[in-house]
Ligand binder design. Structure first.
Ligand code: ZN
Length: 476
């Protein structure tokens, strides 16, 4: 089945939020065109986790570019907390923004902050925009927190030396049209973990005596299929995870204190959690938080790619018993870029910092171009309809019904463009049949249709999307 794809060309303006001519208009209209001008808003978000106080690390002290909000008032520490942080987040290093002084214009900053990074209502209590600078609250845990002062540029400057990733437009022209990814550093991040870990993560089900379906193993197999396709086009490919094992050394046994603290916040001080609750919470912090933060660290500090592709398989609710899963008639595909930070999330000091680090580097612009192309090619390769988010935690962008922005840990902490892919419903009957068929060469009939293996189909869609984006974005 070939679905009608949204009319769009790679050369069309990005970040238009559904209105190709919208950017200029929004820039001029400024605040009068706040939330609502873009259609779908994203004020509410699923979970950002309770704030935790690490009780260690440097406080929000003044440094270069950091201006005390109330000079002379000093820093008041409320209930011993210096930072308001997401789960297992290190305190933000605000000095890293120093390298971005006088690189972004006031108009660009306002547009990206209001229309892209957030829903337009999230930042007023933490970012004060003046004509020549923004004053950014460094901590929301401290009443008189120092402000980081980010000075604006008269004209936008790329400041490429201060980021590890390269824009498509900054790369040299490829030697031949057949190798559009020549020299592009691509990190493939197979989502989740495999083996016994998949059960703990609840990304595992088994239908009677058939092979168990484990998302973390499917994503690694997909990465292994994708790698040679990208390398054939000249890419330099690394895998963020090469085995079924986790990268983090913080396994659940090492996270019991953090689990107790997290439950203290979520259940309330009056409730004493059971050992089982503490264990479950420690497991969740291990696979959902520590593992992703560890991958973010590896990407930002070791691999330093031009783009990360986070590979996932979607699922619909399959019930409580993974041994007797419910099948869903639904089957769909979508691709996520970062952004759409909710007001509550923007109050977290680390999320505000991550978002602003991505903003000053102009990651959203590059990321949405890449995600847009991959979304259209994955839609064509799979023939699946788009997934539609029912809530306000995601926002559709770029006139592309397959492309959404959403604030996930796994795309926020990577300080480079991230293409986050979510095709196929694993507990759809046809997808189950295709997964049971495994990986194979050529075409086979499955569920009444001639098909490539699901891994090849997925990999080809991503590879074609990246090829199109880089062909359009690199110099010729
Ligand atoms: Zn996933």
């Amino acid at each position: 089945m070939n679905l009608p794809l949204p009319a769009h060309t790679a050369a069309a303006p990005v970040l238009s939020n559904g209105n190709p001519a919208g950017r200029r208009r929004i820039l001029k209209a400024g605040v009068a065109l706040a939330a609502g001008a873009l259609g779908v808003g994203c004020g509410k978000k699923e979970t950002s986790g309770p704030p935790v106080n690490p009780g260690a690390g440097p406080g929000p002290g003044a440094g270069p570019g950091m201006e005390a909000a109330n000079a002379g008032a000093g820093v008041q520490v409320e209930s011993g907390k210096l930072w308001n942080l997401s789960e297992l987040a290190p305190p933000p290093d605000w000095e890293k923004l120093e390298a971005w002084q006088e690189t972004i214009t006031a108009d660009d900053f306002r547009y990206l902050l209001e229309k892209v990074l957030t829903d337009g209502t999230s930042f007023w209590s933490t970012v004060e925009q003046r004509p020549d600078r923004a004053l950014i609250r460094m901590s929301t845990a401290v009443e008189a927190s120092p402000r980081f002062e980010l000075r604006f540029a008269k004209e936008s400057k790329p400041n490429a030396a201060e980021r590890y990733w390269r824009k498509m437009s900054e790369m040299p022209a490829p030697a031949s049209a057949e190798r559009p990814l020549e020299g592009v550093r691509v990190a493939l991040d197979p989502g989740h973990i495999g083996g016994d870990w998949a059960k703990m993560e609840a990304r595992w089900y088994q239908m009677e005596s058939a092979s168990p379906v484990m998302e973390g193993e499917l994503t690694l197999e997909t990465a292994r299929m994708l790698r040679p396709l990208l390398e054939a086009m000249g890419a330099v490919v690394t895998l963020v995870r090469e085995t079924h094992d986790p990268l983090t050394s913080q396994q659940p046994d090492k996270l019991l204190a953090e689990a107790r603290e997290s439950l203290h916040v979520s259940l309330g001080a009056a409730v004493l959690p059971t050992d089982r609750q503490i264990r479950k919470e420690a497991e969740r912090l291990f696979y959902r938080t520590s593992e992703i933060r560890t991958r973010g660290h590896r990407v930002n500090e070791v691999l330093k790619p031009d783009v990360v592709v986070c590979l996932h398989y979607n699922a619909e609710a399959w019930g409580q018993d993974a041994g007797k899963p419910l099948f869903s008639k639904a089957n769909h595909v979508h691709v996520l870029a970062h952004d759409c930070i909710s007001p509550a999330e923007f109050q977290n000091d680390d999320q505000r910092w991550d978002g602003l680090m991505r903003l000053v580097q102009r990651i959203p612009d590059e990321e949405i171009r890449l995600c847009d192309a991959v979304a259209r090619h994955l839609a064509a390769a799979t023939g699946l309809p788009p997934y539609t988010y029912p809530g306000r935690n995601a926002r559709q962008v770029n006139d592309n019904s397959y492309l959404w922005v959403r604030n996930l840990l796994a795309n926020r902490v990577y300080h480079c463009p991230v293409v986050f892919t979510e095709p196929y419903v694993m507990n759809n009957q046809e997808i189950f049949d295709r997964l049971q068929a495994g990986n194979y060469e050529g075409i086979r009939e499955i569920a009444g249709k001639q098909r490539f293996s699901i891994f090849r189909e997925y990999a080809q869609g991503v590879a074609d999307g990246l090829a199109e984006a880089y062909k359009a974005g690199r110099p010729t």
